[in-house]
Design a protein around this ligand. Structure first.
Ligand SMILES: Cc1cc2nc3c(=O)[nH]c(=O)nc-3n(C[C@H](O)[C@H](O)[C@H](O)COP(=O)(O)O)c2cc1C
Length: 439
């Protein structure tokens, strides 16, 4: 009998968006350290590989004001992770940090420091960030065409690895298209040497970047068929870089609702979706596509009969690449076919949970997705902060352990790369590509 594939789980620290129900009775602060402390302790009790923070570089705006349906603001990623390093022992600490709006020397220094402080548990989710709205916060403004963003990200990661490899032992001299770095790195070589590199882009360029540079991908494809297609596509790119299937882990985001029975779970999922998509949230969601004020419309009524405004910027800070007219037509067709009000449509579009069922059903679904190679695991996203994953850890984790595909303890003193079952780094390498592979 072949051994079962091991499930890898990450715990997503809630972001500032309507997936998180900030109006829930047990909702805590998104700023107080006690929230992060509770979240991390629970995730470590659940033996997750790592806890994971997204990054928003600018607060969202809607109709010319800060978007007041989200909770605004939270502390900086590396500050949170450094504080958590002091109160956790085994769990990985992974933060999202932009390769478009940072400098490699500074970021490499911060990440190597986190790797030291945490005893080898640091990870970096390399994102290229969205648009000029975010860029306006930075000296460079909205610079970098899409095509150049991954080029810069690749050189950024390469420079960071040169610095991490060198530590304080020798000077680094890098001269490339995007960066000139000359000097000695101030931080000695860290326990993992390179913090684990995670990636979250979805385009062909993003996937190629991941196949060459990343060790984990945070993906949005959680449904079995879509997850499998993504897995096959990305893992299929690895051979071109001389890499094995297991050298890159793919972990899609997955929301969940656990019930005492399948019916109880469905009812709870419905309640959660209604809390996530308030009447005002539903209108704001549709306004993003229509590009105009729709506050006079009834969220329990039909979609607006007026057409969307082209090139509107009613919402800033969330990218939609789609053509509003095409999206509006598709939404109208769906609402007509299924008899959906505005709010019902928004729930159908955005409020669907990935894993809904009893703890046993959810464990079966996760296990099947991993054993059938649709994924290597999931980034679990709760609906509240800081208690959103408590139930998952208490009820689903023991079921996963019963199936023999989830750890029952951390390996003593393991670095994050080992917790993720990644191959050891090749000494001195700045690329994960093996000798002779296309570079
Ligand atoms: C699942 C997922 C999560 C992301 N999380 C973040 C984030 O937290 N912060 C950020 O600035 N960009 C984030 N991004 C944006 C990516 O870095 C990238 O800018 C964007 O997806 C466009 O690249 P692509 O066309 O290759 O997907 C995320 C993207 C995906 C797919």
């Amino acid at each position: 009998m072949t051994a079962k594939r091991r499930i890898h789980l990450a715990a997503h620290i809630p972001g500032v968006n309507n997936t998180t129900v900030w109006s829930a009775p047990d909702a805590g602060s998104q700023i107080d350290f006690s929230s992060f402390e509770h979240f991390a302790a629970n995730a470590e009790r659940g033996l997750f590989d790592y806890l994971f923070l997204a990054e928003g570089l600018r607060l969202r705006e809607h109709k010319g004001r800060l978007h007041d349906l989200d909770v605004a603001g939270r502390p900086a990623t590396l500050s949170i992770l450094s504080a958590l390093a002091g109160i956790t022992r085994d769990i990985g600490l992974v933060g999202t940090l932009s390769a478009t709006f940072n400098e490699p020397f500074e970021l490499a220094k911060q990440l190597a420091s986190l790797d030291h402080l945490s005893g080898g548990r640091a990870g970096w989710n390399v994102v290229t960030s969205s648009d000029a709205f975010h860029g306006a916060n930075f000296r460079r403004g909205g610079f970098l065409d899409f095509a150049e963003r991954y080029e810069r990200a690749a050189e950024f990661v390469t420079v960071a690895k040169e610095l991490w490899n060198a530590g304080t032992d020798r000077p680094v001299s890098h001269h490339g298209k995007h960066f000139d770095v000359e000097g000695t790195f101030p931080v000695p070589v860290s326990p993992q040497r390179h913090p684990v590199v995670v990636q979250a882009g979805d385009s062909a360029d993003g996937r190629s970047f991941a196949a060459q540079h990343a060790e984990v991908i945070f993906s949005r494809h959680s449904e079995f068929g879509a997850a499998k297609a993504f897995y096959d596509d990305v893992k299929g790119r690895l051979a071109g870089w001389g890499r094995d299937e297991d050298s890159l882990k793919i972990l899609p985001a997955a929301t969940f609702v656990v019930g005492d029975s399948p019916r109880d779970a469905e009812e709870k999922a419905r309640e959660t979706a209604l809390a996530q998509v308030s009447p005002q949230t539903a209108i704001a969601f549709v306004e993003q596509i229509w590009g105009r004020d729709l506050s006079e419309y009834d969220p329990d009524g039909p979609l607006p009969d007026v057409e969307p405004v082209v090139d509107a910027t009613v919402t800033r800070g969330r990218v939609r690449h789609d053509d509003p007219a095409v999206t509006a037509r598709a939404w109208r067709e769906r609402a007509d076919a299924e008899g959906l009000s505005i709010r019902e449509l928004v729930i159908a579009l955005s409020g669907r949970h990935s894993l809904v069922g009893t703890a046993s059903q959810i464990a079966d679904e996760i296990d099947r997705a991993v054993q059938d190679r649709a994924t290597d695991g999931f980034v679990i996203v709760g609906a509240t902060n800081p208690h959103g994953l408590d139930e998952f850890v208490a009820r689903v984790v023991p079921e996963l352990q019963d199936r023999g595909s989830y750890r029952t303890a951390y390996d003593e003193g393991a670095i994050l790369r080992d917790t993720l079952d990644l191959p050891p780094l090749v000494e001195g390498a700045t690329s994960l590509a093996r000798d002779g592979a296309a570079v």
